[in-house]
Design a protein around this ligand. Structure first.
Ligand SMILES: Cc1ncc(COP(=O)(O)O)c(C=O)c1O
Length: 341
């Protein structure tokens, strides 16, 4: 039987309809004189996010890195929540690419707040580096898809602005944040200078992210993307998938959140686990039995037909997405319960 793959929302495969949209895309050379479908996507994303412009990228990591280059100078610090993607999963790109130091801000639950940020900003001094910019992540992957509500975000932006810092929003799962909050994605970008969104996660595309920017930033963003090897040619084939997803899969993201809740509810009484109630499409499952380790449990679950990832020595992560149904998560809950009994 095909395993139920809850390792990540990046495992989705493009549907036949999405593939058809890709095959039919009108294309040009995006480096030479713009690819028309890519341009259409960039304009659509800028409008959707209430930003001035956007650039298409092959990955969220490259878009995040471009944002850091745009907002900082070498020898400055990027203030960011301690478990953000930029801290753990970009191979120290902030340091290696731009000579920028990460200043991770510890939080109890992954939610960076205005007061926590304000406390982390050091007054100008001849002894310490200057802050360069702030990055926030909504939803927060490592914090279990935690949603940053608009009021908290406004506080963080106010704290950043108070010391003259611009804010980058890593919105790889901004679609999930907007869905969880019941608001339009464009309402979650107010006050930011750059915003990254991904198409290859909850929206089910094979590849692609956009970096939305403010007026006047395009030329430099384009240069940095090119330097990183992100200048693509007939990128309309990929942009067409993203346009198709905005039309067809964005509206079904609530199903993923409902499925995550069902998984959590079904596991609530299972022996040997404590489930963190999900705010979006990520379910964190803590192992509570002495000596039971995530790596071993992940192997046992894989043999029983459910794929999840270890997220710490005694924590598992399960992510719902386009390619898992309600029946799948119900079966996954049964398998997990049985495996841990
Ligand atoms: C919050 C967050 N930011 C950035 C990225 C990077 O995206 P990509 O894998 O497209 O480089 C991810 C990927 O999982 C992510 O979860």
């Amino acid at each position: 039987m095909t395993p139920i793959d809850l390792r990540s929302d990046t495992v989705t495969r493009p549907s036949p309809e999405m593939r058809r949209a890709m095959a039919d895309a009108e294309v040009g050379d995006d480096v030479l004189d713009r690819d028309p479908t890519t341009r259409r996507l960039e304009e659509r994303v800028a409008e959707l996010l209430a930003m001035d412009d956007a650039l298409f990228f092959p990955s969220g990591t490259q878009a995040n890195q471009t944002a850091v280059a745009l907002l900082t100078r070498p020898g400055t610090e990027l203030l960011v929540e301690a478990n953000a993607h930029l801290v753990h999963y970009e191979f120290a790109g902030v340091a290696a690419n731009w000579g920028v130091q990460l200043r991770p801000v510890a939080t109890p639950d992954g939610l960076l707040t205005g007061p926590l940020l304000a406390a982390a900003v050091r007054p100008a001094s001849p002894h310490v580096p200057r802050a360069g910019a702030v990055a926030i992540e909504n939803t927060h992957n490592a914090a279990g898809g935690k949603v940053m509500p608009p009021s908290v975000m406004a506080d963080v932006i106010a704290a950043a602005r108070a010391v003259g810092l611009a804010v980058h929003l890593d919105g790889a799962r901004l679609w999930n944040a907007a869905t969880a909050l019941g608001v339009a994605p464009g309402t979650l970008t107010t006050g930011t200078t750059t915003v990254m969104v991904s198409f290859s996660k909850g929206l089910g595309c094979p590849v692609g992210s956009c970096l939305a920017i403010r007026a006047g930033m395009r030329e430099r963003a384009w240069e940095i993307r090119r330097r990183l090897g992100g200048g693509m040619r007939q990128s309309g084939i990929l942009a067409a998938a993203a346009l198709w997803a905005l039309d067809h899969t964005l509206a079904r993201v609530p199903e993923d959140h409902a499925n995550a809740r069902v998984l959590a509810e079904r596991l609530a009484d299972a022996p040997g686990v404590r489930v963190v109630p999900p705010e979006s499409n990520i379910v964190m499952i803590d192992l509570t039995r002495d000596g039971q380790m995530a790596e071993t449990v992940v192997g046992a679950l894989a043999r029983a037909g459910v794929l999840v990832v270890p997220f710490g020595p005694r924590r598992l992560r399960a992510v719902t997405h386009l390619d898992v149904s309600r029946a799948d998560v119900e079966r996954a809950a049964e398998v997990i319960t049985r495996a841990l009994a």
